[in-house]
Write a protein that binds this ligand. Structure first.
Ligand code: HPA
Length: 262
């Protein structure tokens, strides 16, 4: 039986229906995770929850210790991670409140520790053609149908450094490159999980139109408001996902290090 990690983004600091067993602080060779992990259950599924920005939202995206966060999940026995994040919508037709199951990512971050393999434990090049676990994506898609929660199946996430928001020109450029949504936390979370052979999926909630798409000034209040408005939908979607996720992993994520080491 899988132990599922959930990373909550802006506006998601706990999950409904979660029966808390204990808080667990974890130490890692990379320093401290964003907060203590919350260990518990939803139905029969064992869940480990971590608020990405800390429970008081005091860790900005560019200061998050991504390596410690992902390492901590592995230490707690997690083999699948569902990551939830607020994003700006770039693609035409995407509007605040839309939920997107990500299938691709473009990494535009520039100042982050983005690997566990910095030479000391060998030279490793993981395959990252499909950055998100196909089995979890499929499960999320089915869960959306079952729960009656509309989800967009597939979307390219552009990960930016932040903490500032983008210029209109940057967003125009990302759109031309094929980006659908933009956020500040999706990388290196996804690749670090792959390096530890943990399945990882990204569920993005469009919180605002990205810069220049709407003529209005972007505000943090708008982001938080949109996240709050989708809480019920995210809760239903996650609940159904936990029920539907197969007991055993049949994807290739668990073998990511095979043929990846020099
Ligand atoms: N840009 C970057 N990150 C974000 C945005 C945005 O417009 N909205 C929520 N997170």
């Amino acid at each position: 039986m899988s132990k599922i990690g959930v990373i909550g983004g802006s506006g998601l600091y706990r999950i409904e229906g979660f029966v808390l067993k204990k808080h667990q602080a974890v130490t890692t060779p990379y320093g401290k995770p964003s907060d203590r992990y919350l260990l518990g259950k939803i139905g029969k599924t064992e869940i480990v929850f971590l608020p990405r920005h800390g429970s008081r939202h005091n860790v900005p995206p560019h200061m998050i210790n991504y390596r410690a966060n992902i390492w901590g999940f592995q230490k707690l026995g997690v083999d699948r991670i569902l990551s939830i994040s607020a994003v700006g919508g770039i693609k035409k037709g995407l509007k605040p409140g839309d939920i997107v199951i990500l299938d691709q990512v473009m990494d535009m971050t520039r100042n982050r520790k983005s690997t566990f393999y910095d030479g000391k434990s060998g030279v490793v090049h993981i395959d990252f053609t499909d950055p998100y676990c196909p089995e979890l994506r499929e499960t999320l898609k089915k869960a959306g149908k079952r729960a009656g929660v509309p989800v967009k199946n597939g979307g390219t996430y552009v990960a930016v450094e932040g903490p500032r928001l983008e210029t209109a020109s940057e967003i125009r450029g990302f759109g031309i490159l094929g980006g659908d949504v933009v956020g500040m936390t999706g990388m290196p979370e996804a690749s670090l999980a792959r390096e530890l052979e943990i399945c990882y999926s990204g569920l993005s909630v469009v919180a605002n139109y990205a810069a220049g798409i709407s003529k209005r000034k972007l505000t943090v209040a708008e982001v938080m408001e949109a996240m709050k408005a989708t809480t019920e939908q995210i809760k239903c979607l996650l609940g159904e996902t936990f029920r539907l996720v197969p007991d055993e992993r049949r994807c290739a994520c668990g073998e990511a290090l095979k043929e990846a080491k020099i």
